[in-house]
Ligand binder design. Structure first.
Ligand SMILES: Nc1nc2c(ncn2[C@@H]2O[C@H](COP(=O)(O)OP(=O)(O)OP(=O)(O)O)[C@@H](O)[C@H]2O)c(=O)[nH]1
Ligand SMILES: [Mg+2]
Length: 361
Protein backbone atom coordinates (compact mmCIF):
# COMPACT_ATOMS: atom_id res chain seq x y z
CA UNK A 1 0.00 0.00 0.00
CA UNK A 2 1.28 3.46 -0.83
CA UNK A 3 0.34 6.08 1.76
CA UNK A 4 0.84 9.80 1.27
CA UNK A 5 -0.17 13.03 2.98
CA UNK A 6 -1.43 15.96 0.94
CA UNK A 7 -1.84 19.58 1.98
CA UNK A 8 -3.94 22.27 0.34
CA UNK A 9 -6.03 25.37 0.90
CA UNK A 10 -9.21 23.29 1.10
CA UNK A 11 -10.45 19.72 1.10
CA UNK A 12 -11.34 20.10 -2.59
CA UNK A 13 -7.78 21.17 -3.42
CA UNK A 14 -6.38 18.15 -1.55
CA UNK A 15 -8.77 15.77 -3.30
CA UNK A 16 -7.68 17.22 -6.65
CA UNK A 17 -4.02 16.51 -5.79
CA UNK A 18 -4.86 12.99 -4.62
CA UNK A 19 -6.79 12.20 -7.78
CA UNK A 20 -3.95 13.51 -9.93
CA UNK A 21 -1.19 11.64 -8.08
CA UNK A 22 -2.79 8.43 -6.84
CA UNK A 23 -5.76 8.16 -9.20
CA UNK A 24 -9.41 7.36 -8.63
CA UNK A 25 -8.70 4.18 -6.64
CA UNK A 26 -7.14 6.12 -3.74
CA UNK A 27 -8.86 5.89 -0.37
CA UNK A 28 -8.89 8.65 2.24
CA UNK A 29 -7.45 7.53 5.59
CA UNK A 30 -8.02 10.74 7.52
CA UNK A 31 -8.01 14.52 7.39
CA UNK A 32 -7.25 17.40 9.72
CA UNK A 33 -6.64 21.15 9.75
CA UNK A 34 -3.06 22.27 10.24
CA UNK A 35 -1.34 25.63 10.45
CA UNK A 36 1.56 26.60 8.24
CA UNK A 37 3.06 30.09 8.13
CA UNK A 38 0.03 31.38 10.01
CA UNK A 39 -2.37 29.95 7.41
CA UNK A 40 -4.93 27.26 8.08
CA UNK A 41 -4.51 24.35 5.67
CA UNK A 42 -6.33 21.10 5.10
CA UNK A 43 -4.21 17.95 5.40
CA UNK A 44 -5.46 14.65 4.01
CA UNK A 45 -3.81 11.25 4.28
CA UNK A 46 -4.64 8.99 1.35
CA UNK A 47 -3.61 5.48 0.38
CA UNK A 48 -3.49 3.42 -2.76
CA UNK A 49 -3.48 -0.38 -2.80
CA UNK A 50 -0.70 -1.41 -5.22
CA UNK A 51 -0.17 -4.61 -7.14
CA UNK A 52 2.64 -6.95 -5.94
CA UNK A 53 4.78 -6.17 -9.00
CA UNK A 54 7.55 -3.78 -7.93
CA UNK A 55 7.45 -0.39 -9.63
CA UNK A 56 10.00 0.08 -12.43
CA UNK A 57 13.38 1.30 -11.11
CA UNK A 58 14.63 4.63 -12.38
CA UNK A 59 17.00 4.07 -15.25
CA UNK A 60 16.70 0.26 -15.03
CA UNK A 61 15.34 0.05 -18.58
CA UNK A 62 18.37 1.87 -19.98
CA UNK A 63 20.94 -0.33 -18.19
CA UNK A 64 22.72 -2.78 -20.58
CA UNK A 65 21.82 -6.45 -19.95
CA UNK A 66 24.03 -9.56 -20.06
CA UNK A 67 24.03 -12.12 -22.92
CA UNK A 68 20.72 -13.74 -21.95
CA UNK A 69 19.18 -10.35 -21.41
CA UNK A 70 18.23 -11.26 -17.82
CA UNK A 71 21.10 -9.80 -15.77
CA UNK A 72 19.76 -8.49 -12.45
CA UNK A 73 19.54 -4.72 -12.34
CA UNK A 74 22.03 -3.07 -9.98
CA UNK A 75 20.27 -1.46 -7.00
CA UNK A 76 19.69 2.24 -7.41
CA UNK A 77 21.16 4.14 -4.43
CA UNK A 78 18.69 6.53 -2.91
CA UNK A 79 19.73 10.17 -3.07
CA UNK A 80 19.84 12.25 0.16
CA UNK A 81 16.80 14.20 -1.05
CA UNK A 82 14.85 10.91 -1.40
CA UNK A 83 15.71 9.90 2.16
CA UNK A 84 14.64 13.24 3.49
CA UNK A 85 11.37 13.16 1.60
CA UNK A 86 10.68 9.60 2.72
CA UNK A 87 11.61 10.37 6.31
CA UNK A 88 9.34 13.43 6.19
CA UNK A 89 6.48 11.24 5.00
CA UNK A 90 7.12 8.53 7.61
CA UNK A 91 7.28 11.19 10.33
CA UNK A 92 3.98 12.64 9.06
CA UNK A 93 2.31 9.21 9.22
CA UNK A 94 3.66 8.47 12.68
CA UNK A 95 2.46 11.83 13.92
CA UNK A 96 -0.97 11.23 12.38
CA UNK A 97 -1.10 7.92 14.29
CA UNK A 98 0.04 9.51 17.54
CA UNK A 99 -2.19 12.55 17.22
CA UNK A 100 -5.34 10.81 18.58
CA UNK A 101 -3.30 9.83 21.66
CA UNK A 102 -2.68 13.50 22.37
CA UNK A 103 -5.75 13.99 24.51
CA UNK A 104 -5.83 17.69 25.30
CA UNK A 105 -8.73 17.10 27.69
CA UNK A 106 -6.24 15.36 30.01
CA UNK A 107 -4.60 18.77 30.50
CA UNK A 108 -5.78 21.55 32.75
CA UNK A 109 -7.48 24.42 30.84
CA UNK A 110 -4.42 26.67 31.12
CA UNK A 111 -2.14 24.06 29.58
CA UNK A 112 -4.67 23.19 26.90
CA UNK A 113 -5.04 26.82 25.91
CA UNK A 114 -1.26 27.24 25.80
CA UNK A 115 -0.75 24.20 23.53
CA UNK A 116 -3.62 25.23 21.26
CA UNK A 117 -2.11 28.71 21.07
CA UNK A 118 1.32 27.29 20.18
CA UNK A 119 -0.25 25.21 17.39
CA UNK A 120 -1.84 28.37 15.97
CA UNK A 121 1.50 30.15 16.35
CA UNK A 122 2.99 27.65 13.89
CA UNK A 123 4.79 25.28 16.29
CA UNK A 124 4.97 22.00 14.39
CA UNK A 125 3.13 18.87 15.44
CA UNK A 126 6.25 16.98 16.55
CA UNK A 127 7.15 19.77 18.99
CA UNK A 128 3.58 20.06 20.33
CA UNK A 129 3.56 16.30 20.88
CA UNK A 130 6.91 16.48 22.70
CA UNK A 131 5.54 19.28 24.90
CA UNK A 132 2.35 17.35 25.62
CA UNK A 133 4.28 14.21 26.59
CA UNK A 134 6.71 16.18 28.71
CA UNK A 135 3.84 17.84 30.63
CA UNK A 136 1.83 14.64 31.11
CA UNK A 137 4.81 12.48 32.11
CA UNK A 138 5.91 14.94 34.79
CA UNK A 139 2.44 16.01 35.93
CA UNK A 140 3.45 19.67 35.75
CA UNK A 141 0.98 22.51 36.26
CA UNK A 142 2.31 24.94 33.66
CA UNK A 143 3.70 24.77 30.14
CA UNK A 144 6.83 26.87 30.67
CA UNK A 145 9.00 24.15 32.30
CA UNK A 146 8.28 21.79 29.39
CA UNK A 147 8.94 24.61 26.90
CA UNK A 148 12.21 25.44 28.66
CA UNK A 149 13.38 21.86 28.24
CA UNK A 150 12.77 22.09 24.48
CA UNK A 151 13.75 25.72 23.86
CA UNK A 152 17.02 25.90 25.76
CA UNK A 153 18.75 29.25 26.03
CA UNK A 154 22.48 30.03 26.22
CA UNK A 155 22.97 33.81 25.97
CA UNK A 156 25.71 34.85 23.59
CA UNK A 157 27.86 36.69 26.11
CA UNK A 158 31.57 36.42 26.90
CA UNK A 159 30.67 34.87 30.27
CA UNK A 160 28.72 32.02 28.68
CA UNK A 161 31.02 31.51 25.68
CA UNK A 162 34.56 32.23 26.94
CA UNK A 163 37.69 32.14 24.71
CA UNK A 164 35.79 31.24 21.61
CA UNK A 165 36.16 31.82 17.89
CA UNK A 166 32.59 32.45 16.74
CA UNK A 167 31.55 31.48 13.22
CA UNK A 168 28.28 32.88 11.87
CA UNK A 169 26.61 30.68 9.31
CA UNK A 170 23.29 30.84 7.53
CA UNK A 171 21.42 31.62 4.35
CA UNK A 172 22.09 34.65 2.22
CA UNK A 173 20.78 37.96 3.56
CA UNK A 174 19.60 36.58 6.90
CA UNK A 175 21.75 39.04 8.85
CA UNK A 176 25.02 37.18 9.53
CA UNK A 177 27.32 40.18 9.02
CA UNK A 178 25.06 42.44 11.10
CA UNK A 179 25.03 39.94 13.99
CA UNK A 180 28.81 39.63 13.83
CA UNK A 181 29.36 43.39 13.83
CA UNK A 182 27.01 43.96 16.74
CA UNK A 183 28.83 41.36 18.80
CA UNK A 184 32.25 42.65 17.82
CA UNK A 185 31.28 46.24 18.72
CA UNK A 186 29.93 45.06 22.07
CA UNK A 187 33.11 43.07 22.77
CA UNK A 188 35.11 46.19 21.89
CA UNK A 189 33.09 48.34 24.26
CA UNK A 190 33.23 45.75 27.05
CA UNK A 191 37.05 45.40 26.92
CA UNK A 192 38.63 48.49 25.29
CA UNK A 193 42.12 47.15 26.00
CA UNK A 194 41.50 43.72 24.49
CA UNK A 195 41.97 42.67 20.85
CA UNK A 196 38.82 42.00 18.86
CA UNK A 197 39.13 40.44 15.40
CA UNK A 198 36.55 40.44 12.65
CA UNK A 199 37.37 37.93 9.96
CA UNK A 200 35.91 37.81 6.50
CA UNK A 201 35.79 34.29 5.12
CA UNK A 202 32.96 35.15 2.74
CA UNK A 203 34.98 35.86 -0.40
CA UNK A 204 31.84 36.05 -2.55
CA UNK A 205 30.30 39.12 -0.90
CA UNK A 206 32.17 42.31 -1.70
CA UNK A 207 29.55 44.41 0.14
CA UNK A 208 29.84 42.41 3.36
CA UNK A 209 33.64 42.61 3.16
CA UNK A 210 33.54 46.40 2.72
CA UNK A 211 31.10 46.75 5.62
CA UNK A 212 33.32 44.70 7.91
CA UNK A 213 36.49 46.50 6.85
CA UNK A 214 34.80 49.88 7.22
CA UNK A 215 33.47 49.21 10.73
CA UNK A 216 36.73 47.61 11.76
CA UNK A 217 38.62 50.76 10.74
CA UNK A 218 36.13 53.05 12.50
CA UNK A 219 35.78 51.07 15.70
CA UNK A 220 39.25 49.83 16.52
CA UNK A 221 38.51 46.26 15.50
CA UNK A 222 41.23 44.22 13.82
CA UNK A 223 40.30 43.00 10.35
CA UNK A 224 41.48 39.90 8.53
CA UNK A 225 40.48 37.84 5.51
CA UNK A 226 40.61 34.06 5.52
CA UNK A 227 40.65 31.86 2.45
CA UNK A 228 42.16 28.60 3.64
CA UNK A 229 43.54 26.46 6.46
CA UNK A 230 46.74 28.54 6.81
CA UNK A 231 44.75 31.74 7.50
CA UNK A 232 42.54 29.96 10.01
CA UNK A 233 45.51 28.39 11.80
CA UNK A 234 46.88 31.89 12.43
CA UNK A 235 43.45 33.12 13.55
CA UNK A 236 42.99 30.22 15.98
CA UNK A 237 46.46 30.94 17.41
CA UNK A 238 45.48 34.58 17.98
CA UNK A 239 42.28 33.43 19.70
CA UNK A 240 44.25 31.10 21.93
CA UNK A 241 46.34 34.08 23.04
CA UNK A 242 43.22 35.83 24.33
CA UNK A 243 41.70 37.66 21.31
CA UNK A 244 38.00 37.56 20.66
CA UNK A 245 37.35 36.43 17.07
CA UNK A 246 34.19 36.69 14.96
CA UNK A 247 34.15 35.04 11.54
CA UNK A 248 31.73 35.84 8.69
CA UNK A 249 31.17 32.73 6.55
CA UNK A 250 29.66 32.40 3.06
CA UNK A 251 26.11 31.23 2.50
CA UNK A 252 26.29 27.66 1.18
CA UNK A 253 24.27 25.17 -0.81
CA UNK A 254 23.77 21.43 -0.48
CA UNK A 255 23.24 19.17 2.48
CA UNK A 256 26.25 18.91 4.78
CA UNK A 257 27.88 21.85 2.94
CA UNK A 258 29.01 23.57 6.15
CA UNK A 259 30.76 20.46 7.39
CA UNK A 260 32.59 20.21 4.04
CA UNK A 261 33.46 23.91 4.13
CA UNK A 262 34.84 23.65 7.71
CA UNK A 263 36.93 20.64 6.68
CA UNK A 264 38.30 22.53 3.65
CA UNK A 265 39.31 25.40 5.96
CA UNK A 266 40.97 23.02 8.43
CA UNK A 267 38.42 23.95 11.10
CA UNK A 268 37.81 21.12 13.54
CA UNK A 269 35.17 21.33 16.25
CA UNK A 270 36.54 21.98 19.71
CA UNK A 271 35.87 24.10 22.75
CA UNK A 272 37.66 27.04 21.10
CA UNK A 273 35.44 27.09 18.00
CA UNK A 274 31.69 27.61 17.95
CA UNK A 275 29.41 28.02 14.93
CA UNK A 276 26.04 29.72 15.22
CA UNK A 277 23.25 29.19 12.71
CA UNK A 278 21.52 32.48 11.91
CA UNK A 279 17.85 32.05 10.96
CA UNK A 280 14.75 34.18 10.67
CA UNK A 281 11.12 33.22 11.38
CA UNK A 282 10.38 34.76 7.97
CA UNK A 283 11.54 31.51 6.33
CA UNK A 284 8.99 28.77 5.63
CA UNK A 285 9.26 25.65 7.82
CA UNK A 286 10.59 23.50 4.96
CA UNK A 287 13.31 26.07 4.20
CA UNK A 288 14.41 26.12 7.83
CA UNK A 289 14.65 22.34 7.98
CA UNK A 290 16.70 22.46 4.79
CA UNK A 291 19.06 25.10 6.20
CA UNK A 292 19.56 22.97 9.29
CA UNK A 293 20.71 20.13 7.05
CA UNK A 294 22.98 22.45 5.04
CA UNK A 295 24.64 24.09 8.06
CA UNK A 296 24.67 21.16 10.51
CA UNK A 297 28.33 20.59 11.44
CA UNK A 298 30.20 19.38 14.54
CA UNK A 299 30.96 22.95 15.65
CA UNK A 300 27.33 24.09 15.37
CA UNK A 301 26.37 25.20 18.87
CA UNK A 302 23.47 27.64 18.82
CA UNK A 303 20.66 29.29 16.90
CA UNK A 304 20.51 33.07 16.45
CA UNK A 305 17.15 34.50 15.39
CA UNK A 306 17.06 37.69 13.28
CA UNK A 307 14.43 39.94 11.70
CA UNK A 308 12.06 39.20 14.56
CA UNK A 309 10.67 42.70 13.98
CA UNK A 310 9.49 41.65 10.52
CA UNK A 311 7.87 38.36 11.53
CA UNK A 312 4.23 37.90 12.49
CA UNK A 313 4.57 34.68 14.46
CA UNK A 314 7.32 32.91 16.32
CA UNK A 315 6.35 29.23 16.47
CA UNK A 316 9.47 28.38 14.44
CA UNK A 317 11.65 29.22 17.47
CA UNK A 318 10.12 26.20 19.21
CA UNK A 319 10.05 23.98 16.11
CA UNK A 320 13.71 24.60 15.28
CA UNK A 321 14.87 24.28 18.90
CA UNK A 322 13.15 20.89 18.98
CA UNK A 323 14.45 19.80 15.56
CA UNK A 324 18.04 20.89 16.19
CA UNK A 325 18.44 20.36 19.97
CA UNK A 326 20.47 23.59 19.90
CA UNK A 327 20.06 26.43 22.40
CA UNK A 328 18.99 29.91 21.28
CA UNK A 329 21.84 32.34 21.87
CA UNK A 330 20.74 35.75 20.53
CA UNK A 331 17.68 37.61 19.26
CA UNK A 332 17.89 40.39 16.64
CA UNK A 333 14.90 42.65 16.12
CA UNK A 334 15.99 45.57 13.94
CA UNK A 335 18.48 46.63 11.28
CA UNK A 336 20.40 49.03 13.56
CA UNK A 337 23.87 47.96 14.59
CA UNK A 338 23.99 49.70 17.94
CA UNK A 339 20.65 48.41 19.18
CA UNK A 340 18.50 45.74 17.66
CA UNK A 341 20.02 42.63 19.21
CA UNK A 342 20.12 41.08 22.66
CA UNK A 343 21.56 37.89 24.15
CA UNK A 344 18.72 35.38 24.40
CA UNK A 345 16.86 34.81 27.64
CA UNK A 346 13.96 32.53 28.44
CA UNK A 347 11.84 35.54 29.38
CA UNK A 348 12.51 37.28 26.05
CA UNK A 349 11.61 34.12 24.12
CA UNK A 350 8.33 33.56 26.04
CA UNK A 351 7.36 37.24 25.57
CA UNK A 352 7.94 36.91 21.84
CA UNK A 353 6.04 33.69 21.62
CA UNK A 354 3.06 34.46 23.82
CA UNK A 355 2.80 38.27 23.60
CA UNK A 356 4.53 39.09 20.31
CA UNK A 357 6.60 41.52 22.32
CA UNK A 358 10.04 42.26 20.85
CA UNK A 359 13.00 42.22 23.26
CA UNK A 360 13.61 45.96 22.94
CA UNK A 361 9.99 46.94 23.72
N1 LIG B 1 14.55 44.41 10.08
C1 LIG B 1 15.71 43.80 10.33
N2 LIG B 1 16.69 43.87 9.41
C2 LIG B 1 17.85 43.25 9.69
C3 LIG B 1 18.06 42.51 10.88
N3 LIG B 1 19.31 41.98 10.83
C4 LIG B 1 19.85 42.39 9.67
N4 LIG B 1 18.99 43.14 8.98
C5 LIG B 1 19.15 43.75 7.64
O1 LIG B 1 19.17 42.69 6.70
C6 LIG B 1 20.03 43.01 5.61
C7 LIG B 1 21.04 41.89 5.38
O2 LIG B 1 21.89 41.83 6.51
P1 LIG B 1 23.37 41.25 6.41
O3 LIG B 1 23.94 41.32 7.78
O4 LIG B 1 24.13 41.88 5.32
O5 LIG B 1 23.02 39.75 6.02
P2 LIG B 1 24.04 38.59 5.58
O6 LIG B 1 23.45 37.32 6.06
O7 LIG B 1 25.41 38.92 6.02
O8 LIG B 1 23.90 38.69 4.00
P3 LIG B 1 24.90 38.09 2.88
O9 LIG B 1 26.29 38.39 3.31
O10 LIG B 1 24.47 38.84 1.65
O11 LIG B 1 24.59 36.64 2.80
C8 LIG B 1 20.68 44.33 5.97
O12 LIG B 1 19.99 45.35 5.30
C9 LIG B 1 20.49 44.45 7.47
O13 LIG B 1 20.42 45.80 7.90
C10 LIG B 1 16.97 42.45 11.83
O14 LIG B 1 17.05 41.83 12.88
N5 LIG B 1 15.84 43.11 11.50
MG1 LIG C 1 27.19 39.16 4.93
Amino acid sequence: MRVKTFRGESMAACLGQIRQELGKEAVILGSQSVREDGRSLCEVMAALEQSDAPPPQNGAAKRPCGGNGSAPAAPVSPQPGDWNREWGEIKGHLLALLRPRMDFSALCPRQRLALEYLEREGVDEASVLALYRSIVERGEDTVIPALSRIVRVKPLTAADWPHTVHLFAGPSGVGKTSVLLRLALEARAAAPEGRVFVVNADGGRAKGRMLLRHYAALSGLEYAEADGPGDFRRILDEAASGCVVFVDTPSLRGEGAMETWCASMGLAAGPGLRAHLVLSPLFAPAQMEHYLRVYRCPALSSLIWTKLDEACNYGSLVTMAHASSLPVSALAYGPELTQGMTPASGKAVWKLLFKHQLPGE
